[in-house]
Design a protein around this ligand. Structure first.
Ligand code: C5P
Length: 282
């Protein structure tokens, strides 16, 4: 029985700006996205009767799960006659966390099935399928360091982030992405990230300057409702992070560090209070 095993990597937003509302109800974004070494593991057995399992009991295993939608979309698009598919999703990326966990799973499923079936779908058409599933899916398919514009799906690859250490921490509450977009008052955004300055700092591999510019227009709105976002950010900075910011629509906050021992200290300071604390190297 053929078995495919893939990893689905999370992302963080180094900067995140929202430029305006679009006619299709989505918002135009300008955000620098970075893949990180925190991943889910997905095992797929193609052409088996449908059966989806997941280590997180409350996650849906029907089409409400974006990874299942990705598999069905792929089979429908290609017209591949399949008895179904067995899929086992082992989640490590926290859910509703601003880390694109669901999008990462969907991206991994599309890439894995396309490869397994001999690449019946070209790169652009596969990215279009990703876009259909969610705004972050195309980035998760490409991965690396990229500027995302439009809905978040118009991607320009950037120089890779310099080697650094990252601590990611998700407080126990979730934040709804659509709800936070609704709370964002576009006419009153006073502070915005210096996206171009951050891109230049990434190119120069200047961790201090990247850290200094990390900024997310959603952070204050979320932090005004949830003190813990500022608390986590404070702990990261107190431990010597070059910068710390909420990722996506939160509530996860991450810090970047130039030295491993600083990141390890931050990790230890947070881990006791926050189960979903992760240490990764870029
Ligand atoms: O594309 P995705 O399904 O991830 O988006 C979830 C929700 O986030 C959308 O329904 C929308 O409310 C909001 N969103 C947005 N503009 C974007 C991306 C997401 O308004 N560029």
């Amino acid at each position: 029985m053929a078995e495919i095993q893939v990893r689905a990597f999370a992302k963080v937003n180094i900067t995140l700006d929202v430029l305006g509302k679009r006619d299709d109800g989505f918002h135009n974004m300008k955000t620098i996205m970075q893949t990180v070494g925190l991943y889910d593991e997905i095992t797929i057995r193609p052409d088996q009767p449908w059966q989806i399992t997941c280590n997180i009991g409350f996650l849906p295993t029907d089409e409400k799960n974006i990874a299942v939608r990705a598999a069905k979309l792929f089979l429908a698009h290609t017209g591949i006659k399949s008895a179904g598919l067995k899929m086992d999703i082992f989640k490590r990326i926290p859910i509703c966390a601003g880390l694109a966990g669901g999008s990462a799973d969907a991206a991994a499923v599309l890439l894995a099935l396309n490869e397994y079936y001999g690449c019946p779908i070209g790169k652009d058409a596969l990215l279009a399928m990703g876009r259909e599933l969610g705004s972050d899916v195309p980035f998760c398919m490409i991965s690396g360091t990229a500027l995302a514009q439009g809905r978040g799906d118009e991607l320009t690859m950037l120089s890779p982030m310099p080697s650094c250490f990252m601590v990611i921490c998700k407080p126990a509450f979730p934040i709804s992405t659509p709800a936070l977009f609704v709370k964002l008052d576009l006419s009153h955004i006073v502070l915005r990230p210096d996206t171009m300055g951050t891109i230049a700092a990434i190119k120069e591999k200047d961790i201090a300057q990247i850290g200094h510019r990390m900024f997310n227009v959603f952070e204050d709105i979320a932090a005004d409702e949830h003190d813990e976002i500022r608390r986590i950010k404070g702990i990261l900075l107190d431990n010597g992070a070059s910068g710390a910011v909420m990722t996506g629509t939160g509530p996860s906050v991450f810090g970047i560090f130039d030295h491993k021992n600083k990141a390890e200290n931050a990790f230890e300071s947070l881990k006791g209070s926050y189960q979903d604390t992760f240490f990764v190297e870029i």
